[in-house]
Design a protein around this ligand. Structure first.
Ligand code: F6P
Length: 555
């Protein structure tokens, strides 16, 4: 068996984590490790600084972590990822987003050079043509999930009043989303970009058809000229009416949630320029190299992953808060929610048996300082709180140095408060002016912050495309390392299929005309009731099912 095949077999066989001696040693070392921030632990990687000082540390934990990673064959798995081996073993596909970043040198599987496979030049030529003709003042971007979040994130981060054209996004199937997106747009000056790897996603196809109808109604003579598509399913895009010259190919060996590195960046190039994409790819590639070359103990994605394993799988924290101290990273949380939760939200290992330890924390958050006025109370004083990844940059908007200083101060202060907390003695000092001793004590008890809450700080020099690319790749590789330890395949998403299939059947039932009479749908009582209620067949619930005024008196 070749090395690559060996790695795939090892990935598939990476089960039995909870019972393994390496895991048990790791868990034990994690429970006894200190969380006192006495030893600075900062890793520099691809222009980012990852500060893990406020995570549990000890020499025993470091040694146990290295043993664990060796036992889980991380080095082989990483080699398989970068070699383009089918690491998505349930679907027999590579997950070769790293090849998109290293595009300029790497030979692709069919022997073509990277650029002709990834179609970057075709895409940038198209953007140049669009810029030269100046026909389009707006872009309507249609896509969902991985075909939406990357462009939203990057354009929010690097766009603004001076961007070359405005953009509206529509992802949701809700008609309000489509109508809000087109409000005030001139269809004759609008380019519609349909982004869908599969070109079968019902929300995207529905919205694309609505956009075509809108273009036609708006007096556009040749609708096809107003359409571009990004997809791995070119025939479907052609069938919708997109001319071949405006269909850009996504590769089947890149997962949807990694597609921002592909021509799915078309809308980014059209609005904030292809340089943003080039910068993001360069930053991500620098992180790829760091991930491959840095020793495990000084490897930023690996150490970030280990901190997450301690917090989630050993200490039982079931969520991870992301607090980016940047208004321009508004969409980072949603981007990371898909990356982390669609990748790791699974509970069985390669052989189908349970992983046996808690996996995949819920990812949530909001930019700082808004989050401080929303849920930070919970982070500081609830029973368990949650670990936090703070993200900040050393430089901010050049016109507002004072504001940036304040932003950074808040970020540093919040993590210090989470770690240090505030004990009763300190709280009593705050209420020393109250004469009534009993009242002072009771008030002081409300002011106690338990502290001892872990966090990581990730610092960019400044928020630029390179930094954002490195940041996203950092999280991608963190996810990969955790998947290898847990034995999970991070590249499939079976969990979204069942609901999609059921929706198709229910939509058909909702459309059955009232004239068809009462139908036994064979569903549970609630689903059948709501199908009938929508069709106008069911009555409002009888009083015994619903609250009616005065009911409480009879209970
Ligand atoms: O949510 C499931 C999913 O398949 C994601 O993985 C993907 O990013 C999204 O739907 C959109 O898929 P597509 O790009 O094929 O339209």
């Amino acid at each position: 068996m070749g090395k690559a095949n060996y790695a795939i077999e090892a990935l598939r066989a990476n089960s039995g984590l909870a019972q393994s001696p390496e895991w048990q040693a790791f868990a034990q070392a994690a429970q006894t490790a200190e969380l006192d921030a006495s030893t600075l632990k900062v890793i520099e990687a691809a222009g980012l600084c990852v500060d893990l000082t406020m995570q549990r540390q000890s020499p025993a934990l470091e040694a146990a972590a290295l043993n664990l990673l060796q036992a889980r064959a991380l080095a082989d798995a990483r080699h398989a990822l970068f070699a383009g081996d089918p690491v998505n073993w349930t679907e027999g596909k590579p997950a070769w987003h790293t090849a998109l970043r290293a595009g300029r040198t790497r030979e692709q599987p069919d022997g073509q050079d990277a650029d002709s496979v990834c179609e970057y030049s075709r895409m940038t030529d198209f953007v140049r043509r669009v810029d030269q003709t100046a026909d389009f003042s707006t872009v309507l971007h249609i896509g969902i999930g991985g075909s939406d979040w990357g462009p939203r994130l990057a354009i929010q981060a690097f766009g603004g009043p001076s961007q070359r054209r405005q953009i509206r996004f529509v992802s949701n199937i809700d008609g309000h989303a489509f109508h809000d997106a087109i409000a005030g747009l001139d269809p004759r000056r609008c380019l519609v970009v349909v982004s869908s790897k599969s070109f079968t996603t019902s929300e995207t196809l529905h919205n694309a058809r609505a956009a075509i109808a809108w273009l036609k109604q708006g007096g556009v003579a040749d609708v096809s000229e107003h359409l571009a598509a990004v997809t791995a399913n070119a025939p479907a895009a052609r069938a919708l009416g997109v001319p071949a010259s405006q269909v850009f190919k996504m590769c089947d060996w890149v997962g949807g949630r990694y597609s921002v590195w592909s021509v799915a960046g078309l809308s980014i190039a059209l609005t904030v320029g292809a340089d943003v994409l080039i910068g993001m790819r360069a930053g991500a590639e620098a992180m790829d190299q760091h991930f491959q070359q840095a020793p495990f103990a000084a490897n930023a994605p690996i150490q970030l992953a280990l901190a997450g394993l301690v917090n989630c799988s050993v200490l039982g924290h079931n969520s991870l808060n992301i607090a980016a101290y940047s208004a321009r990273l508004l969409h980072l949380v949603t981007y990371l929610q898909q990356l982390e939760m669609e990748s790791l939200g699974k509970r069985v290992a390669g052989d189908g048996t349970a992983v046996g330890v808690p996996t995949a924390p819920i990812i949530w958050g909001m930019p700082g300082t808004d989050g401080q006025h929303t849920f930070f109370q919970w982070l500081h004083q609830s029973e368990d709180g949650a670990p936090v990844d703070f993200i900040a940059s050393l430089q901010g908007h050049t016109d507002s140095p004072d504001a940036h200083r304040l932003l950074l101060a808040n970020c540093l202060a919040q993590r210090q408060a989470l770690l240090r907390g505030k004990c009763l003695e300190q709280a009593l000092q705050d209420v020393a002016h109250i004469d009534d001793q009993e009242r002072a004590l009771s008030l002081a008890q409300h002011m106690v912050h338990p502290g001892g809450r872990p966090s990581t700080l990730i610092v960019l020099r400044q928020l630029d495309p390179r930094g954002l690319g490195a940041l996203l790749a950092l999280y991608e590789h963190k996810v990969f390392v955790q998947s290898v330890v847990w034995g999970i395949n991070p590249f499939d998403q079976w969990g979204v299929e069942l609901g999609k299939r059921l929706a198709t059947g229910i939509e058909r039932e909702l459309a059955v005309p009232v004239s068809a009479g009462v139908v036994d749908w064979g569903h549970d009582a609630s689903t059948s009731y709501w199908i009938d209620r929508y069709r106008g067949h069911a009555q409002a619930p009888r009083p015994r099912h619903a609250w009616v005024p005065g009911m409480a008196a009879h209970l």
